[in-house]
Design a protein around this ligand. Structure first.
Ligand SMILES: Cc1ncc(COP(=O)(O)O)c(C=O)c1O
Length: 305
């Protein structure tokens, strides 16, 4: 028996997108669907890239603003530095704003990515061409804005003394494995715990709980220092401390938070179901007001487009 092999020349090609969005790539705006990566792209083989997930929101005055752009780009700069990737936050700021304007996006998800491209097949990043791109899409809602059901992952989060909790591309293999496992078990999302039973985070979001009216942010050295988590801590003055899984299961409310997820109520962890979530709903509403510039005290977090 022999396998049927489709000659490369006859292999189906993906259809071109109906409308060509613009992306910023290495210094200017180009049609996004014209971009290609070379076969020796270092980041594709070894994960040597760093990215951000950022959001822009439409404002009531008809404009739009990016939420906490300098903080996102500073985290990206720290990630780039680990790889020795050149990264200039001022240039990235200009690129983000130019891409949003060019695409006419107001409510948008923004994805900057810096990476090592073409060179040899070797592991050493020296001699590989560094690239920077910024793509924007109309807002995507992580966890579908619904109440999430979490499965406790059998995978451990990358320990921070092996891989720093920054948005390094290769680090997300760990999230992919956990997400796949959670979905195969019928859950929406995975919850990482460490060997001591302490909660770490979800695959792309941090975790909070409410117990007896008290709001607590999960603190763990292996979790990403989330900007949404920081936002909620500043808005509420909540405590941040290590939280055992057993305590999370006893909480009245649990939610995940992140730039894409915003404030996402958790309906279930394994077979523990959570009921009504009034505090989470209040925080969802507060967060929505802040990111849309409706809270004067926090408008300094907005960079107008
Ligand atoms: C692993 C991980 N944890 C937490 C977060 C939340 O971080 P932020 O609020 O900065 O988006 C993210 C978001 O990208 C993430 O990837």
């Amino acid at each position: 028996m022999s396998a049927t092999v489709t000659p490369l020349a006859e292999a189906p090609r993906p259809q071109a997108a109906a409308s060509v969005a613009l992306a910023w790539f290495d210094g200017g705006l180009v049609p996004a669907d014209g971009l290609q990566a070379g076969l020796t792209t270092h980041a594709m083989h070894y994960g040597s890239g760093v990215f951000e997930g950022i959001r822009a929101y439409a404002l009531d005055d008809g404009g739009a603003a990016v939420f906490r752009l300098p903080e996102h780009l500073e985290r990206m700069r720290r990630g780039a530095e680990m790889f020795g990737l050149p990264f200039d936050p001022a240039q990235a700021t200009a690129a983000v704003l130019a891409t949003l304007r060019a695409n006419g996006h107001r409510d948008a998800y923004i994805r900057p990515l810096a990476w090592f491209g073409e060179g040899s097949f070797g592991l050493d990043v020296e001699g590989h061409v560094p690239h920077l791109m910024v793509a924007t899409t109309a807002t995507q809602v992580h966890l579908n804005g619904s109440r999430a059901r979490l499965g406790v992952s059998n995978w451990r989060r990358n320990p921070s003394d092996s891989l720093p909790p920054l948005k390094l591309c290769g680090g997300y293999v760990n999230s992919i494995l956990a997400k796949r496992e959670a979905k195969a078990r019928g859950f929406d999302e995975a919850l990482f715990t460490d060997r001591d039973g302490l909660v770490v985070e979800c695959t792309g979001a941090n975790v909070f709980m409410v117990r007896d009216g008290r709001l607590t942010a999960v603190a763990h050295g292996d979790s990403l220092d989330g900007i949404t988590r920081d936002t909620l801590l500043r808005l509420t003055g909540a405590e941040a401390r290590p939280v055992p899984l057993a305590e999370l299961l006893e909480a009245d409310e649990v939610f995940a938070c992140g730039t894409a997820a915003e404030v996402a109520p958790v309906a279930q962890i394994e077979d523990r179901q959570y009921g009504d979530n009034p505090v989470t709903r209040e925080l969802q509403a507060l967060y929505a007001r802040v990111v849309r510039g409706r809270e004067a005290a926090w408008r300094h977090w907005l960079t107008e487009v």
